[in-house]
Design a protein around this ligand. Structure first.
Ligand code: BGC
Length: 752
C-alpha cells in the first residue's frame, strides 16, 4: 500500500518536472534560432534593411500640414521588401496620438500581413528627451548634462526619455553620443558629454543603464544605440563627416573608453561613424567593426550603419567602385543593419551578392540573428503595439521638475564681478538674438532635425526674456534684439534702451543647428553679436552676458567688458527660467565646464595636455578652463588623505577629502579628482580626471568625500597599443590639494 502510494508520488513529481521543463519559456536565443531557421533568404536580407518614414509616407509633416502614412508604400516595404526597421520623422515631431496611429499601422502590416509576423523595430533620435513627440520633456543637451556633473540627473533623463518614447510606441533610441567634445568647432559638439573620456564614460554608461534597465522589454524601457563608433567627433577640420586622423594609441586612450563603458553597461546596439579614420571609412573597416569592436571590446549586439553611409562608400568616400561593392564591403566589415534610408537598393544588391556567392549566407544569418535578438530583447514579440497606459505618465509634472533641476544645474557661471545675483528692483535692458528664442536654448533634434522651427515649439515654455519679465515685471524690462546672428538689426536702439536701464542682460550665441548644416569656418562669435556687446559696453552699466550656444564660440574681445558671464549652452525647455533664476539668485549655480573654453582660435588645448605643450611663452591659458564654474558660496577643501602611501597592483587606494561650505548660501559642489602619473613610458598628461562626486552643502556644513582608485585608474595605452600600468609615483589632486603615492609592482602589467 505504502509502496504504491510512494510510486504514485514519485510519478507525480516526475510528471511535474517534465511539465515544468516543457513549459519553461524558450530563451531569446532559442526563439531567434527557431525563427531564423524558418526564414527565406529574402526575409533575412529584408530584416537587415532599415528605411526612413518618408519611404512609407504620403505627405511630409510641415508647419502647415501633418504627416500621413501611405498604406500601399508601407505594404511594399514590409511585405515585399521585408524591412526589419523604420526610422525617424518626416520632418516634424508627431503628436503622441499620431505616433500611435503610425506604429499601429506599421505593426498591423508586419504582424498580420507577413508570413512570419515579425514586428518592425522603430528607431528615433531621442537625443534630449523624446524630442520627436509633441509635448515631451526636453532636457538640456548632453554637453549641459555633463556640465551638471550629476549622475542622478543623467539617470533620470534616461529613464524619463525611455518612458516617453515607449508611451509613443517607440522601442529604440539612437543615443547616447559617445564621441568626445575635443574639437570645439565640430557642429555636434553639444551632443557629447565633453572632452574627458572619464566623464563621457560615466555619463554614457548611466544613461544606457537607465534607458534599458535590467530588462529592456519592460514597458517603460528602450534599447539604446551607442554612437558614432569610432572617432567621429574629432575631424581634423572640425567640420561634420570629414576625415579624422587619430593614431591607434590615441584612439584607444581617448575614444575607445566611452564605447567600452557602453558595452559594459549593456548597450544593445552601436551606430557607425559616418566618416573615416586615417583614410579608412569606418563602414568599410573589418578592423574597427569586427576585430576591435567585437573581438576585442566584446560587443555582441547589433551594428547599424549611419544615414546613407553604405552608399557613401561609393559616392563620397570612393572606396567602392560600385554601389553593390559598397554593400558587400559594409556587410563583410560587420554592419548588420543598413540605414540606406530612402530606397531599397541595399536589399537588391545584397540579395544578388549572396546569390552569386560574394557574401556568404552565414554572414547574413549572423546579422539577422543579432537583429532578431534585439527585436526580442526590446520585447516586440510580446508588445509590438504602443502601450497607451503609459500616456498618463507622459510629460508629467514630476518629469518637468527633474528637467528644471537639470537645466539649473547645467548652467555654468563663468564670471561674476560681484554683480550677481541681481536684485529684482532694477530696470533691466535685455538684448541679443538668443534672448527671446526657445530654439537657441534647445538646439538640434528639437521637434525637427535642425530644431530651428520656432513656431513648432510648445506654448507656455519661457524664453530668457519672458522669464526675466516674469521675475521683475514686464514694465521694468527694456527689450531690443539689436542684432541677428549674422546681421545688424538696430544696435542704436539697444544702446538707447541700455542708457535707460541699471543693468543689461545680453544673450548671444547660436541659432539651432544639427550636423553638417552647423559647420562653421570661424569659431569666433559672429561679428554683429560682438558689436552689440561692444556698443552696450560703452554705456555705463554692467553687462551680464548669457551664452546660449552649442559650442564655445570665441568671445575674448568682449569678455573683459562684461561684469558677469553665464554659459547657458543648450539647457532645454526649462532653460529660460533657469537662466533668469540663476541671474536673480533663486538658486545657487553648481555647473562646471566639461570642456575647455578657448581664448584663441589656434589654441585649442584640452585640460589633459602634455607638459611639452607649455613653456615660458605658452601655457594652458583658455578663457575658462575645463572644470571651471563659480557659485554664490565658497567651498574649502582640507584634509586630503590617502589610506596608503604605497599600493600593490591589486590594491584599492582610498582617497578622502573634507569639503566645507564656508559661504552664506547652500550649494552643491562637484568635487573633481585628477591623477598625475609622474613618469611613464609614454609622455603622460599633466593630469587626468579620474573621479567626481557632487555634494550638497548647507552653509557651514562639511562633508567627507571618498574616492576609490584601482589599477585601471592608473592605466594608459602603452607603446605597444596595449593598456598597461607602470609602477611608479602618482599624485592625486582634489581642489587645491594634492598627495603622492607609489605603485609598487614588480613590472609593468597589462590590463587586457
Ligand atoms: C546622424 C545620426 C542619426 C541618424 C538617424 C544621421 O544623420 O548622424 O546620429 O542617428 O541620422 O536620424
Amino acid at each position: 500500500m505504502l509502496n504504491r502510494a510512494g510510486n504514485v508520488i514519485r510519478l507525480l513529481v516526475i510528471l511535474s518536472i517534465v511539465l515544468a521543463t516543457g513549459l519553461q519559456a524558450e530563451t531569446i536565443d532559442e526563439k531567434v534560432e527557431s525563427l531564423l531557421s524558418r526564414m527565406t533568404l529574402e526575409e533575412k536580407v529584408g530584416q537587415m534593411n532599415q528605411v526612413a518614414i518618408q519611404v512609407v509616407s504620403k505627405t511630409q509633416g510641415t508647419t502647415e500640414q501633418d504627416h500621413e502614412l501611405d498604406l500601399d508604400k508601407l505594404r511594399k516595404a514590409i511585405v515585399e521588401y521585408h524591412v526589419g526597421s523604420i526610422l525617424n520623422v518626416w520632418d516634424k515631431a508627431h503628436t503622441i496620438e499620431h505616433w500611435h496611429e503610425v506604429i499601429t499601422a506599421i505593426q498591423d502590416v508586419a504582424v498580420n500581413e507577413t508570413r512570419l509576423g515579425i514586428p518592425v523595430i522603430y528607431g528615433i533620435d531621442a537625443i534630449h528627451g523624446a524630442n520627436y513627440t509633441v509635448g515631451a520633456t526636453l532636457f538640456p543637451q548632453s554637453i549641459n548634462m555633463a556640465a551638471t556633473w550629476n549622475r542622478e540627473l543623467v539617470r533620470r533623463e534616461g529613464e524619463i526619455t525611455a518612458l516617453e518614447m515607449r508611451a509613443s510606441g517607440i522601442p529604440w533610441n539612437f543615443n547616447p553620443v559617445l564621441g568626445l567634445g575635443r574639437h570645439p568647432a565640430w557642429p555636434r559638439f553639444w551632443e557629447t558629454y565633453g572632452e574627458s573620456e572619464y566623464l563621457a564614460s560615466e555619463m554614457g554608461a548611466i544613461y544606457i543603464a537607465a534607458q534599458q534597465g535590467d530588462d529592456p522589454s519592460a514597458p517603460d524601457k528602450v534599447g539604446t544605440c551607442a554612437k558614432h563608433y569610432l572617432g567621429y567627433s574629432f575631424p581634423l577640420s572640425g567640420k561634420d563627416r570629414t576625415p579624422a586622423w587619430i593614431p591607434g594609441r590615441m584612439l584607444r586612450e581617448l575614444f575607445v573608453p566611452p564605447f567600452q563603458a557602453a558595452i559594459d553597461a549593456g548597450a544593445l546596439t552601436v551606430m557607425v561613424n559616418s566618416s573615416e579614420i586615417n583614410g579608412i571609412p569606418v563602414h568599410s573597416s573589418d578592423y574597427y567593426l569586427t576585430e576591435l569592436l567585437r573581438e576585442e571590446m566584446g560587443f555582441e549586439g547589433m551594428i547599424v550603419s549611419d544615414w546613407n553611409d553604405i552608399k557613401n562608400l561609393h559616392t563620397r568616400e570612393k572606396v567602392a567602385p560600385t554601389q553593390k561593392e559598397a554593400v558587400r564591403m559594409a556587410v563583410m566589415a560587420g554592419v548588420d543593419m543598413s540605414m540606406v534610408p530612402l530606397d531599397f537598393s541595399f536589399y537588391a544588391h545584397l540579395l544578388e551578392l549572396v546569390k552569386e556567392g560574394s557574401v556568404p549566407e552565414s554572414r547574413i544569418d549572423d546579422a539577422v540573428r543579432k537583429i532578431l535578438k534585439f527585436n526580442f530583447q526590446v520585447g516586440l514579440d510580446k508588445h509590438p503595439y504602443p502601450n497607451k497606459e503609459l500616456v498618463k505618465q507622459f510629460a508629467s509634472e514630476e518629469s518637468r521638475r527633474v528637467n528644471q533641476q537639470a537645466a539649473r544645474e547645467s548652467l555654468v557661471l563663468l564670471k561674476n564681478e560681484g554683480i550677481l545675483p541681481l536684485s529684482p528692483d532694477k530696470t533691466v535692458c535685455v538684448a541679443g538674438p538668443t534672448a527671446n528664442s526657445l530654439s537657441s536654448l534647445n538646439g538640434g533634434w528639437t521637434t525637427t532635425w535642425q530644431g530651428n522651427e520656432e513656431s513648432l515649439y510648445p506654448n507656455g515654455k519661457q524664453t530668457i526674456l519672458e522669464a526675466v519679465q516674469n521675475k521683475v515685471g514686464k514694465e521694468n524690462i527694456l527689450y531690443s534684439r539689436g542684432v541677428d546672428f549674422e546681421k545688424e538689426i538696430d544696435i542704436a536702439d539697444a544702446v538707447k534702451k541700455a542708457k535707460k536701464a541699471d543693468v543689461a542682460i545680453v544673450a548671444i550665441g547660436e541659432p539651432a543647428y544639427c550636423e553638417t548644416p552647423g559647420n562653421i569656418d570661424d569659431l569666433t562669435m559672429t561679428q554683429p553679436q560682438l558689436e552689440l556687446v561692444e556698443a552696450i559696453s560703452a554705456v555705463d552699466i554692467p553687462i551680464v552676458l548669457v551664452l546660449a550656444e552649442g559650442r564655445p564660440r570665441l568671445i575674448t574681445s568682449i569678455a573683459e567688458k562684461t561684469a558677469a558671464i553665464v554659459f547657458a549652452g543648450l539647457p532645454g525647455l526649462e532653460g529660460g527660467p533657469a537662466v533668469a533664476d540663476l541671474i536673480f539668485g533663486e538658486f545657487n549655480p553648481s555647473g562646471k565646464l566639461p570642456f575647455t573654453y578657448p581664448r584663441y582660435p589656434n589654441d585649442l588645448m584640452t585640460y589633459d595636455y602634455k607638459l611639452s605643450e607649455v613653456s615660458d611663452i605658452n601655457a594652458y591659458d583658455p578663457l575658462f578652463p575645463f572644470g571651471h564654474g563659480l557659485s554664490y558660496t565658497e567651498y574649502e577643501y582640507t584634509n586630503l588623505t590617502l589610506n596608503k602611501e604605497v599600493i600593490g597592483k591589486d590594491d584599492e587606494l582610498l582617497v578622502q577629502v573634507t569639503v566645507k561650505n564656508i559661504g552664506q548660501r547652500a550649494g552643491k559642489e562637484p568635487v573633481l579628482l585628477y591623477l598625475t602619473d609622474q613618469f611613464a613610458s609614454v609622455t603622460p598628461s599633466v593630469h587626468k580626471l579620474r573621479g567626481v562626486t557632487k555634494v550638497p552643502l548647507e552653509p557651514n556644513q562639511s562633508t567627507n568625500v571618498e574616492f576609490r582608485l584601482t589599477a585601471t585608474d592608473l592605466s594608459f595605452v602603452g607603446r605597444d597599443n596595449v593598456r598597461i600600468v607602470e609602477p611608479g609615483e602618482f599624485t592625486v589632486h582634489v581642489g587645491p590639494l594634492s598627495q603622492n603615492f607609489t605603485l609598487l609592482a614588480k613590472d609593468t602589467f597589462s590590463l587586457q
